[in-house]
Ligand binder design. Structure first.
Ligand code: NAD
Length: 335
């Protein structure tokens, strides 16, 4: 039986990934800085720990008797969080640095690092109608300030730990992953979950209007969590060592995303464009030529189908457990 360590195991993507690993018969240890009652998903058969993984000793302790490491831990959030907490985002470099050192020390067979589309050169993302970003577009380097620089630096460390010490590393650049059992409130949520929540709140309160950050013309692509987990495992089990996009090529504007959510909800809301709020780059989406070629992977879920599942989960959370600890927790900052 293969022993896996999932770092950031209480988070959104990691929770879904652990579930999939368990389905394949793997033995899993999971660690997160959050107390385990606040993890999005918890599994009885998993060895769960609550530890701060910026600490080297914790990284060494957690990687003992482990074969494979998947690191999904990061102190981050949506665009509002990363634009206002650049230093905090960059401190996650300690997690990635110490994890690599610990993996080398404990002879880990393979290490996965979750990078981001924020690692791409922002100069290439000034227009809403740009083509999907290709892996080579990360250089020359001018990533998103704070968070993006940390991701690009950590990607580079993975490369050099392989070149210098032979540690096998796999690096994914995620493009806006969304789905149920993730943050939808509290300031760390990303656009799909935030907009679903706002539409639900508007509908429940009969407010009939919605606040949108920016003019709504900024474009993005969004990948449903099930597709993401499948791609992570394909990449992890492959021989491909360079950073690779895990995203969707279905590019939409934020206004088009709101149209989809309104259709699911059955409402039509007045849109208040908040031009002073953070909105990120004007245009960003994934080019999947490389992943199609080397991993024979492509996304399955349409945005409409994925948002439908996400909307229904958030709606369920609101309507069945409006005051439970889970929602209270997502309203608060844990750090
Ligand atoms: P998430 O916030 O739900 O999960 C991250 C987890 O890391 C959290 O549970 C958090 O408590 C944990 N963590 C933070 N600091 C820690 C520390 N010091 N020690 C231990 N655990 C710590 O985020 P997610 O959406 O699941 O993202 C997972 C990874 O994917 C992150 O590295 C993120 O940067 C990357 N990513 C995500 C997206 C996306 O759209 N969700 C896009 C690009 C990149």
């Amino acid at each position: 039986m293969k022993n896996y360590l999932v770092v950031g195991g209480g988070g959104f993507i990691a929770g879904h990934l652990i579930k999939k690993l368990l389905d394949t018969g793997a033995k899993v240890r999971a660690v997160d800085i959050k107390p385990s009652e606040f993890w999005f998903q918890r599994f009885e058969e998993v060895e769960n720990f609550s530890l701060d993984m910026t600490d080297l000793n914790n990284c060494i302790k957690m990687t003992k008797d482990i074969d494979y490491v998947l690191n999904l831990a990061c102190n981050m959030g949506g665009i509002g969080f990363i634009e206002n907490n650049k230093a905090e985002c960059m401190i996650s470099v300690l997690i990635n640095t110490h994890m690599l050192i610990a993996c080398r020390k404990n002879n880990i067979k393979k290490y996965f690092f979750s990078s981001s589309a924020c690692a791409y050169n922002t100069e290439l993302q000034k227009n809403a109608d740009i083509d999907g970003l290709r892996e080579a577009d990360a250089y020359p380097a001018m990533p998103e300030d704070g968070y993006g620089w940390e991701k690009l630096f950590s990607e580079r460390m993975c490369r050099h730990f392989y070149e210098d010490y032979g540690l096998e590393t796999r690096v994914a650049r995620f493009h806006n992953i969304y789905g149920p059992l993730g943050t939808f409130d509290g300031g760390r949520e990303k656009a799909p979950a935030a907009l679903c929540r706002k539409v639900i709140e508007a509908k429940m309160s009969k407010k009939n209007s919605i606040d949108i950050w920016g003019d709504g013309n900024q474009t993005r692509s969004f990948l449903y969590i099930e597709d993401c987990v499948e791609a992570i495992l394909k990449l992890f089990n492959s021989d491909f060592r360079d950073p690779i996009n895990i995203g969707s090529e279905e590019k939409v504007s934020i206004n088009q995303l709101v149209d989809i959510i309104e259709n699911i909800s059955g409402v039509k809301l007045k849109r208040n464009y908040q031009l002073d709020k953070p909105k990120g780059v004007n245009g960003r989406s994934s080019n999947n030529d490389l992943i199609k070629k080397v991993l024979q992977w492509d996304y399955n879920y349409s945005l409409k189908d994925g948002i439908n599942k996400t909307y229904n989960w958030i709606d369920h959370m609101y309507n069945t457990k409006p005051n439970n600890d889970f929602i209270k927790f997502t309203r608060n900052n844990y750090s």
